[in-house]
Write a protein that binds this ligand. Structure first.
Ligand code: NAD
Length: 352
């Protein structure tokens, strides 16, 4: 198969491409604008494969997209390109509206026109897989409920509202044009090659530098953590075996409070790389002002993808977080290079 992947230089997209090149015979075209979050270094392991190519394209640019579709002739599209950081969406929503909504619309239209030109056999095999987030469902504060595929949308942040809009566009393109789409909504990912603005890599790197470990509010926000390589496997299963028009929720069955996550990282670092004075890294924890509009709890019911497609996560939080901490300890150079002077782990998204 020929798979066109948008956002393949990002955290999850690069994991998907590494998975496909290592474990299948498929060909991949990676389309990415290379924003601050996109790093081709995350693809070093597979960049020499004859089945992999890269094109620097902005998904808002219809002409460039058309020429990529015409030359690569994909059977499948996996759409991961997005602005993805909630704090940045609070400071500057415009890029989120542009890439996540206008960009998804532009890609849908280019892909639909390309699909209409295919022969009947190619047309029926074609799939457009839109990758989204559980944040579109809003906040589960004060309940023990789980997000299912039919939970109503109630996004809280500019980021999640832009992703909700893009999900609606994708569903409408199926209903209106019969365009063969699939949607997945997943929980918080973690693992190797995660840009250091997100909680887990930020805490690991700050701890190693002896800097404060900032906890928003009381740190009691609950997220369901999913190891990125488990997610990559799930996405490949959905795009190749999922039922057209369906949505699949993907989660790790790992509900943890943010403060628990940070304490786990500190314990692993105390074990693998103790501070010179042997004081636990937990001493660096600092409670800071909460994020405006912060959702308290997300949790995924992943029974549909398990029962219909036979996917379950392989990593528990305990095994996945240990692997992740070890990966960062062994790849500090990657972290320095991707930050590239433009982001120094400063606080974002305080809205003042
Ligand atoms: P990321 O920020 O690490 O990567 C996004 C990639 O998209 C980058 O390589 C960036 O250069 C590229 N990009 C941004 N704007 C673009 C544009 N206009 N044109 C082309 N490329 C552009 O994001 P991620 O964490 O890998 O997330 C991938 C997808 O998964 C996103 O759609 C996100 O909403 C979704 N998601 C992420 C998580 C998570 O925990 N990280 C959870 C649920 C859903």
């Amino acid at each position: 198969m020929r798979i066109l992947i948008t956002g393949g230089a990002g955290f999850i997209g690069s994991a998907v491409i590494r998975h496909i090149i290592k474990h299948t015979d498929d060909e991949v075209l990676n389309i990415d604008k290379l924003t601050y979050a996109g790093n081709l270094e995350s693809l070093k392991e597979i960049e020499d494969s004859s089945r992999y190519q890269f094109k620097r394209v902005d998904i808002c640019d219809a002409e460039d997209l058309e020429s990529a579709f015409e030359s690569f002739k994909p059977n499948l599209v996996m759409h991961l390109a997005a602005e993805s950081h909630v704090d940045r969406s609070i400071d500057g929503p415009a890029e989120f509206i542009n890439t996540n909504i206008v960009g998804t619309y532009t890609l849908l239209e280019v892909a639909r026109k390309y699909w209409q030109g295919l022969n009947a056999e190619e047309k029926s095999a074609f799939r457009f897989h839109h990758i989204s987030t559980d944040e579109v469902y809003g906040d589960l504060a004060g309940t023990t409920d789980l997000f299912t595929e039919s939970t109503p949308y109630a996004p809280s942040s500019p980021y999640s509202a832009s992703k909700a809009s893009s999900d609606h566009l994708v569903r409408a393109w199926h209903r209106t044009y019969d365009f063969p789409v699939l949607i997945t909504n997943c929980s918080n990912n973690y693992g190797p090659y995660h840009f250091p603005e997100k909680l887990i890599p930020l805490v690991i790197l700050n701890a190693l530098d002896g800097k404060e470990l900032p906890i928003y509010g009381k740190g009691d926000q609950i997220r369901d953590w999913l190891y990125v390589e488990d997610h990559a496997r799930a996405l490949y299963k959905v795009v190749t075996e999922g039922v057209v028009g369906e949505t699949y929720n993907i989660g790790g069955h790992n509900e943890k409070q943010n403060i628990e996550v940070v304490r786990s990282i500190c314990k692993i670092l105390d074990d693998l790389k103790p501070q010179t004075d042997n004081v636990s890294y937990e001493s660096l924890i600092a409670f800071v002002k909460d994020r405006p509009g912060h959702d308290l709890r997300y949790a995924i019911d992943a029974r549909k993808i398990e029962s219909e497609l036979g996917w379950t996560p392989e990593e528990t939080f305990e095994t996945g977080i240990r692997k992740t901490v070890k990966w960062y300890l062994n790849n500090l150079e990657w972290c320095r290079r991707v930050q590239d002077g433009s982001y120094q782990r400063e606080r974002l998204g305080v809205s003042e």
